[in-house]
Design a protein around this ligand. Structure first.
Ligand SMILES: [Zn+2]
Length: 273
């Protein structure tokens, strides 16, 4: 296998597409699984209700608050289980407190994520427009909450990614000698990546191929003049953040967690004497 390499196809704050080559499926999958379930983010965990006259009961509202993605600060806060306070209620290093105090006075109104007030301005909802509950005139919602770090392994509300997938790099070979340009494969391809240009069958964008094999099935030649294979050491990754952490940070943390696991193993083995 050749040396590991990464080629970025697309990178923004919340989305990355890249080609990872020179590694095994097991390694690519380890990165994917750690990004989903082991990179921590912040989410509302404990909610203390003072008043709730809305149509939704306390548990329902607490659940909705928990699912709001929050901007996370991994450099200031620690996971509650790793905090030295060892307290169930947490301390300023392992939780952020906040309040919600809304009343529909003159007309009905919707309570949005933007109504949540956090003690630390760096921790806030990714979007201020997530509806929590609708209040009719006279209804009130007053509560306090604790947001804490956690991982997707514990609850999906702590998952930093909305999408984290890869596929094998497709390889499409065309036997130009056998191909008689009947166009069956061009019409069969659902991604429309094949074209007949200047009397030749060509692949427009191999990265869009989903390995569905429709082109191979459509070819009337026996054996088919088009062949689709894949490279099982090269992966096309797409990772999208929920907005809680920059997508680059999520992948950096995933790599770090995997490295720590490997170091843990070597330490254990050395200890065997
Ligand atoms: Zn603490």
């Amino acid at each position: 296998m050749k040396a590991m390499e990464i080629k970025i196809l697309d990178l923004s704050e919340n989305l990355i597409k890249f080609i990872l080559s020179g590694c095994s499926t097991a390694f690519a999958n380890a990165i994917r699984r750690i990004a989903i379930s082991e990179v921590p983010t912040m989410a509302i965990e404990d909610v203390f209700f003072y008043e709730n006259t809305s149509v939704l009961n306390d548990e329902f509202i607490a659940q909705r608050l928990g699912l709001i993605p929050l901007k996370t600060d991994l450099d200031t806060y620690v996971l509650p289980e790793k905090c030295k306070c060892k307290s169930e209620m947490g301390c300023s290093e392992c939780r952020v407190t906040g309040t919600l105090d809304v009343e529909a006075k003159d007309s009905s109104r919707t309570v949005y994520s933007g109504d949540l007030k956090f003690e630390d301005p760096n921790i806030r909802p990714v979007s201020d427009k997530i509806p929590i509950v609708k209040l009719e005139v006279g209804q009130k919602l007053k509560l306090e909450f604790h947001a804490k770090l956690g991982t997707g392994k514990q609850h999906s509300k702590w998952q930093p990614v909305s999408t984290c997938v890869y596929k094998y790099m497709p390889i499409i070979n065309i036997n130009q000698k056998e191909c008689d340009l009947c166009g069956s494969c061009v019409r069969a391809c659902p991604k429309k990546i094949l074209t007949m240009d200047k009397g030749k069958l060509e692949v427009l964008d191999v990265l869009k191929c989903t390995l569905c094999m429709e082109c191979v099935k459509a070819c009337p030649k026996k054996p088919p003049a088009i062949e689709v294979k894949w490279d099982n050491t090269t992966f096309i990754f797409t990772v999208e953040s929920t907005g809680s952490l920059p997508v680059k940070r999520i992948l950096l943390e995933a790599g770090e967690i995997l490295k720590n696991k490997a170091e843990e193993i070597s330490k254990e083995i050395k200890g065997l004497g």
